[in-house]
Design a protein around this ligand. Structure first.
Ligand code: AGP
Length: 590
């Protein structure tokens, strides 16, 4: 989704601060960007279609103490200069993250009263309403405006009559950051400037008056409210990609450390006794998330069925929200989300909590929306994940879920098993030449299928998402046993089937799948940690033998191997693996 940022500074140039913030926020959307600055000569707004870098030159000419900025993931109105934020009307300039669901009705009303629109966006109705309602009382005009809106919105607002920023939050993330240079607002914590040392998180409905000295919070009824100040380690993005060409490769190489750090945090920060009670007393466990987070749950289901005597189901959050599930006070919901801001997940889990379930958030982002819904948070300690494609956060989610699944059995043994899996990842990353050959075949294929049985099926689903979202090659991940029930019809000499074989007990069946594919002239690649499978299939397939690993721990290694395959494929096709087309890192709208 979009990224918004603002700065009200005691010293320094807010235009430069906001421009640098947009560079850090670009992973939230990169269809267009813009900023508004309060200069000595009045508010100046510059905005461009395309990447943030297109703003660099014009932004460098601006100077002022207060500014707001926006990087866009288009939902209403194509990516273009005219649809870029900020949107301006009268004394106001605004940036918006979210969707105004009733914008058509509001736009018609405004057009009938003579307003002229400069864009095709839903967001522009906000600034037009502000202009309509403002007659000197800023808070009242903002309250009246947001009172008309339906949907989700995080707003940054400049007004010529106020030497600061007005922020508004409703079902879209925004935080206020505080530090020695002044006060900033930002869509998420990892993208805050490194001088920020503490944050306050507005509640839904809050209106915040931000000046260079402080921030005043008001609820929807314009009553002053207090929002706690939390210490924060900002500047997580400042390392850039380091020695790596892309964030994705850098973050793949941080997967082993993520396992270790997630294990450490689990035993340091989690109320293990209370969480164990949640698991032990659960009548069932529902894991839910979207995309890769859902796929982590798919793999983790095997962890729970292996060692935990509780029925466990995995649901896609956008489906779960609208499907009836029987919830009791003993139902345990594990809400999996890297960003903690995915609207589908937050809304689904909020409904289950409302129905009486116990909610545990498994997330990489503290203070995120999901942490405010949950009764407890199990941290994934992957650090800032900039690449839109989830890599280290998926591995961290697996580690956290593995530990939760073993709480009622032998959680300390589980910790040492995870640390050894981390060593296997490091071993793989030292010698990953096997990815090149498979990536080469992927790149020349019309479609790439990933298949496996048992836990390898769960990894196949994630591998397929990884490949398609950054290489744009059609891909599907499915149970190897299903090959003969339909997908075999798609197999021809242009397709590649990547078979994942890491469970000895299911190896022979998967080897048969390889033969079924080759008998239809399909290309086959195999990723396996089993010497036997590698030897048997090396004449009919491109085989990558990865480090030996016990079946239930194999996703830690096979998934990283397949992340590398996806990365190398995308790069060989000239794609940007960090900012794939049409996508954004955190989808804060339904
Ligand atoms: C995965 O590579 C994608 N970035 C996407 O599927 C992502 O996993 C999904 O949007 C969920 O995001 P979350 O973990 O932040 O909730």
């Amino acid at each position: 989704m979009c990224g918004i940022i603002g700065a009200a500074l005691r010293r320094g140039n807010a235009a430069a601060e906001v421009y640098e913030g947009l560079e850090r926020l670009e992973y939230r959307g990169y269809d267009s960007a813009g900023l508004s600055v309060r200069t000595d000569g009045g508010t100046v707004t510059v905005k461009r279609g395309g990447r943030v870098a297109n703003l660099k030159e014009s932004a460098a000419e601006l100077c002022g103490g207060v500014a707001i900025g926006h990087t866009r993931w288009a939902t209403h109105g194509e990516p273009s200069d005219r649809n870029a934020h900020p949107h301006v009307a009268g004394k106001f300039s605004i940036v918006h993250n979210g969707i105004i669901e009733n914008y058509r009705e509001l736009k018609d009303e405004l057009l009938q009263s003579g307003a002229e629109f400069a864009s095709d966006t839903d967001s522009e109705v906000i600034v037009r309403l502000l202009d309509k309602y403002y007659s000197g009382d800023l808070l009242a005009a903002v309250a009246k405006t947001v009172g008309r809106l339906k949907g989700s919105y995080a707003l940054g607002i400049l007004c010529e009559d106020f030497d600061g920023i007005v922020a508004v939050k409703y079902k879209s993330p925004v935080v206020a950051g505080f530090g020695e240079k002044g006060v900033t607002l930002c869509s998420d914590i990892p993208a805050l400037p490194e001088w920020v040392t503490s944050v306050s998180v507005p509640e839904d409905g809050d209106i915040v008056l931000i000046s260079a000295q402080s921030a005043s919070f008001y609820d929807g009824g314009l009553q002053s409210v207090n929002r706690v100040r939390l210490p924060v380690f900002a500047g997580q993005f400042n390392g850039g990609t380091g020695d790596y060409p892309h964030y994705m490769l850098k973050e793949i190489h941080e997967t082993a450390a993520t396992v270790r750090d997630t294990c450490d945090a689990f035993f340091r920060n989690v109320d293990v006794k209370r969480l164990t009670e949640y698991v032990r007393n659960a009548d069932r466990i529902i894991m839910t998330g979207c995309g890769t987070a859902y796929n982590a749950g798919l793999a983790a289901r095997r962890f729970f069925s292996d060692k935990c005597r509780v029925f466990c189901q995995v649901e896609i959050a956008s489906e779960l929200r609208y499907s009836p599930v029987h919830i009791t006070g003993s139902t345990l919901v594990l809400a999996i989300s890297q960003s903690g801001e995915t609207a589908d997940t937050v809304e689904a889990v909020s409904a289950l909590k409302e129905a009486g379930a116990r909610v545990v958030a498994v997330t990489n982002c503290g203070y995120s929306a999901i942490t405010r819904v949950a009764h407890m948070v199990v941290p994934v300690c992957a650090g800032a994940e900039v690449c839109v494609a989830a890599t280290k956060s998926y591995i961290g989610q697996l580690a956290a879920l593995y530990l939760i699944s073993r709480l009622t059995a032998d959680v300390f043994t589980a910790r040492s098993e995870l640390l050894s899996a981390g060593e296997k990842i490091a071993e793989l990353l030292k010698d990953n030449g096997g990815a090149d050959k498979i990536a080469e075949i992927c790149a020349e294929s019309s479609a790439v299928f990933f298949l496996g049985r048992g836990i390898d099926y769960a990894v196949a689903v994630e591998a397929s998402l990884k490949l398609k979202e950054i290489s744009y090659i059609f891909s599907d991940g499915y149970p190897a046993g299903e090959l003969k029930h339909g997908t075999l019809a798609l197999i021809d000499d242009n397709t590649l089937s990547v078979i994942i074989i890491c469970d000895e007990s299911l190896s022979e069946k998967c080897e048969n799948a390889a033969c079924q594919v080759t008998s239809r002239k399909g290309k086959v690649a195999v990723i396996t940690c089993l010497d036997g499978a590698a030897d048997k299939l090396q004449d009919v397939a491109a085989v990558w033998k990865i480090p030996e690993c016990e079946a239930n721990l194999s996703p830690f290694v096979s998934a990283v191997a397949l992340q590398l395959v996806a990365y190398k494929t995308a790069v060989s096709l000239g794609r940007d693996p960090d900012k794939p087309r049409n996508l954004a890192k955190s989808v804060t709208v339904e």
